[in-house]
Design a binder for this molecule. Structure first.
Ligand code: THU
Length: 149
């Protein structure tokens, strides 16, 4: 179970996530998303979605925030907050769940929106039987049988 965070920290994360959504580059979807992640160090990193004319190259806000944090030297996270401009909260997409699993498997995941509704959950609840670093440490069966593919 994730460690509960102090209310002022959660409020700050929500504020940062909402504010950074103004920087979203979302000319195709018009869906401006913001994310704030709380590193193990206590620092907060923000990210927005960044779309591309080649649609499949869009970056989600959560991944932008996590990748920025990793580039700054942070590799463990206490919380991932996502803001969407919707009446109901939106959970991270599947790709983001996988990236959250890599760096923040124990983090609180909080989705906030334009109403008071919120969704607080955990990664195991969102991504069961996740594939991760531990699976690559297991010896691949194929390599135990040289000559066979
Ligand atoms: N998006 C996010 O930034 N985070 C999510 O968890 C879901 C979707 C973005 C990607 C794309 O730019 C737009 O929202 C519409 O899917």
């Amino acid at each position: 179970m994730p460690i509960p965070l102090p209310a002022p920290t959660v409020r700050l994360l929500e504020k940062v996530a909402k504010e950074i959504s103004a920087s979203a580059y979302a000319p195709y979807s018009g869906f401006r998303v913001g994310s704030a992640v709380l590193g193990a160090s206590g620092k907060i990193y923000a990210g927005c979605n960044v779309e591309n004319a080649s649609y499949s190259l869009c970056h989600c806000a959560e991944r932008t925030a996590i990748v920025s944090a990793v580039a700054a030297g942070e590799r463990k996270f206490q919380a991932v907050v996502v803001y969407t401009p919707t009446p109901a909260p939106t959970a991270p997409c599947g790709a983001c769940r996988q990236v959250i699993h890599e760096f923040a498997p124990d983090a609180i995941i909080l989705s906030v929106c334009d109403s008071a509704a919120r969704l607080e959950t955990t990664l195991p609840a969102l991504l069961t039987h996740a594939f991760g670093p531990k699976d690559l440490k297991a010896q691949p069966t194929a390599s135990k049988a040289p000559g066979k593919r």
